[in-house]
Design a protein around this ligand. Structure first.
Ligand code: OXD
Length: 293
């Protein structure tokens, strides 16, 4: 995380606030009202006893929720779209085009000097299943839908006013998977989503389906995913997130030729947009609102 960029944005939009870096006040009794954090140490919450709200400078709050002293009575806010949507969309589009237009094949053919155009169905005829319809999932799904792609969404609870078909709840997941030629993971890491895509569920994906994973990696049973790719039940995968990060050097994903591994770069937080959202939320709190994420 680029701490300097956040400080610059805070000073730009909120020049009169008393802003400190936690490491600089750790030895003092300086108490903050608002904490802006990304994967903080547990110690922060042992020292800071006057917090009115905690802001997670990312979309996923899984790292924060693991801290034993995270105060339960202080509201926790997370970034919603905050400028990350367009980045996520580009990442997903890359995966769709790379596999959907067979650039993986052409790349392999190039090394052998093979000139072999492949007849292919238009990407628009393939169903793109978006797993997870939080702010980023909705941004990606709505944008792809507006571009004319065939989108369906799945989430735990029903979202209103979406312009594409939506399924909800575990009982609909197998049916949703069976129709997803491209499966985009934008789910958060929670107890309910842990290994939700196990061997049995991955088998439901159509033959030659492609997985694009940019939510949290723990939703996959990684061994089962690898097997499906090794046996070519699945065509390929573009993976940005993993159960353990950094992805260990000995992990078989690195060497699997139908997997592209990227180091959790799909949608970096945008300091300016993030701070604007945080300040709007603080204003809301100061004015008596209680809009939690
Ligand atoms: C996030 C992330 O949660 O970068 O925003 O993973």
């Amino acid at each position: 995380m680029d701490q300097g960029a956040y400080l610059a944005a805070l000073q730009k939009y909120c020049p009169y606030a008393d802003i400190r870096v936690w490491q600089d006040v750790v030895e003092t009794n300086w108490q903050a009202e608002y904490a802006l954090v990304w994967k903080p140490e547990n110690e922060l919450f042992q020292h800071q006893q006057s917090l009115v709200a905690v802001f997670n400078l990312g979309a996923g709050i899984d790292a924060l929720e693991k801290l034993k002293d995270l105060p339960q009575d202080v509201p926790l806010y997370k970034l919603r779209e905050a400028g990350m949507g367009q980045w996520m969309l580009e990442y997903v589009l890359y995966g769709l085009i790379h596999f959907g237009r067979h650039f993986d094949r052409y790349h392999r053919h190039q090394t052998a000097g093979r000139w072999e155009p492949k007849n292919t169905r238009s990407l628009r005829e393939k169903r793109i299943g978006i797993l997870g319809l939080g702010p980023l999932g909705q941004y990606v799904a709505n944008s792809l839908h507006d571009m004319g792609y065939n989108i369906a969404g799945w989430s735990r609870s029903l979202k209103n006013d979406l312009p594409f078909p939506q399924s909800t709840g575990l009982e609909s997941l197998n049916g949703f998977l069976a129709q997803s030629h491209f499966l985009v993971n934008l789910l958060p890491a929670t107890d309910e989503t842990f290994h939700i895509l196990n061997a049995d569920r991955l088998m439901r994906l159509p033959r030659d389906a492609v997985v694009i994973s940019c939510g949290r990696g723990s939703i996959f049973d990684e061994h089962a995913l690898l097997l499906q790719l090794q046996t070519h039940h699945l065509r390929g995968a573009l993976l940005d997130v993993f159960e353990h990060e950094p992805l260990p050097i000995e992990h078989p994903f690195w060497k699997q030729d139908n997997i592209i591994v990227t180091p959790h770069i799909a949608a970096p937080t945008q300091a300016d947009d993030a701070i604007k959202q945080v300040l709007a939320d603080i204003l809301d709190i100061e004015l008596g609102g209680d809009q939690l994420y």
